[in-house]
Design a protein around this ligand. Structure first.
Ligand SMILES: *Cc1c(COP(=O)(O)O)cnc(C)c1O
Length: 410
């Protein structure tokens, strides 16, 4: 007899041990729920790190994937394909960008943004190549994007770094101004620093930063890999600060939610900065119809009437419910934009709380065979990145689970 999934021995030892992982094997997902190999259910407020933006396995994604898989998987990036043209047109219609290069990961999109800014600097600014980035920023795990990131310790981890990423302080304009020289090609930032623990830039700071970069003839690059695609209640987070196309960034990167769960990211540029020449950018899988067809389905869901206002309203509701926890447990505060939020505990405990929520809630009545997935980006903060179509009932259930976990660990 073949063993059931629950009895099966998994060979954990064959995968590179790149992070601490619980010995849970996920086998199924639907909406806000995941199911593991033993049949235990988990309410998922991580959603693959804000990736499965319409929840797990939504019909629009699985249907687009299946239909495209039976039609054309890839003709080669040296030829046009219909879904990538359609996705570029959709993004152009709903943003202030007109040129797109699709990639397979966010880091790859940011690498492209860095290359594009350096190319622009060489072409129009006498070889300017530096890109000012921010302490605690996160831009990916390739060598250049690790160098652009401001995560403590990352400057020496795979030394030598890629040069040319001086670090400023978020929400401190003078710290940016002090780093601007003739060598500066661009300033790059996340409108809300996600991996740092959901630290939003102030809208006033972003407007002043835009004016500063314009004054010094530098590009502004928004890394919207986490904040884009509806996450903050608007299609793109730059819409929170840009009152005109001029005030919007020159370059934006998207990833995570763009593919609704499949590997898809994008480098987006305004016409005047789209300066790659033939041979300077490319990649085997880039812009594949299989992935971009899914991107089209996600975009169409997102721009459907009522969808984004609903995300914004759900974000307000999540914020209100998190504020209740702040009051009840005497925590520091809650923060974030839309459905990218963090609960600041004011003290360590986030790690143990996520472990309790995942593994121990089933001891409580009503939570039989059920867990809750939360994320601790830092020891004193819990991060919430639910599906954008999460229901109020699911938020209520998450709050109940979070309360039990906080009561157990604080
Ligand atoms: C996740 C993330 C990245 C990296 O994307 P990958 O797809 O993991 O390479 C870059 N920037 C930000 C802001 C992110 O949240």
């Amino acid at each position: 007899m073949t063993p059931t999934m629950a009895e099966q021995e998994f060979a954990f030892g064959n995968l590179m041990d790149i992070t601490e992982r619980p010995e849970i094997v996920f086998v199924k997902g639907h909406g806000s729920w995941l199911v593991d190999h033993r049949g235990k259910r988990y309410l998922d407020f991580v959603q693959g790190w804000a990736v499965t933006c319409l929840g797990h396995c939504p019909r629009v994604v699985t249907e687009a994937l299946a239909a495209q898989a039976g039609q054309l998987i890839t003709p080669s990036p040296a030829f046009y394909n219909e879904p990538s043209l359609r996705l570029a047109a959709l993004l152009a219609r709903h943003s202030c960008f007109s040129r797109f290069f699709f990639t397979n990961s966010g880091a790859e999109a940011n690498e492209g943004a860095i290359k594009l800014a350096r190319k622009w600097g060489r072409r129009v600014k006498s070889g300017a190549f530096e890109i000012i980035t921010f302490d605690h920023g996160f831009h990916g795990r390739t060598l250049a994007t690790m160098s652009a990131s401001g995560k403590p310790g990352w400057d020496t981890m795979f030394a030598p770094q890629v040069n040319g990423f001086p670090k400023a302080t978020l929400n401190d304009l003078a710290s940016v101004e002090a780093l601007i020289t003739d060598r500066t090609a661009a300033v790059m930032l996340e409108p809300v620093q996600g991996e740092a623990g959901v630290l939003p830039a102030r809208v006033e700071f972003l407007r002043e930063l835009r004016a500063l970069t314009t004054r010094h003839n530098c590009l502004l690059i928004a890394d919207e890999i986490q904040t884009g695609m509806g996450r903050t209640g608007k299609l793109f987070a730059y819409e929170h600060f840009a009152r005109s196309a001029d005030e919007a960034p020159d370059i934006m990167t998207l990833g995570k939610g763009l593919g609704g769960g499949v590997p898809l990211a994008a480098l987006c540029a305004k016409e005047s900065v789209s300066v790659f020449e033939h041979g300077e950018q490319g990649g085997t899988f880039n812009g594949s119809p299989l992935m971009t067809a899914v991107g089209c389905a996600v975009m169409e869901a997102m721009v459907a009437p009522g969808f984004l206002p609903q995300v914004a309203a759900t974000g307000v509701y999540l914020s209100e419910r998190l504020q209740e926890l702040v009051g009840e447990f005497g925590l520091s505060h809650e923060r974030g934009w839309g459905l990218l939020r963090a609960l600041d505990l004011g003290a360590p405990g986030a790690g143990p709380a996520t472990a309790y929520a995942r593994d121990q809630l089933e001891k409580h009545p009503g939570w039989e065979n059920t867990g809750l997935l939360l994320n601790a980006p830092r020891p004193d903060a819990l991060r919430f990145m639910p599906a954008l179509n999460v229901t109020r009932a699911e938020i209520d259930l998450m709050i109940e689970g979070a309360k039990l976990a906080l009561r157990a660990v604080l």
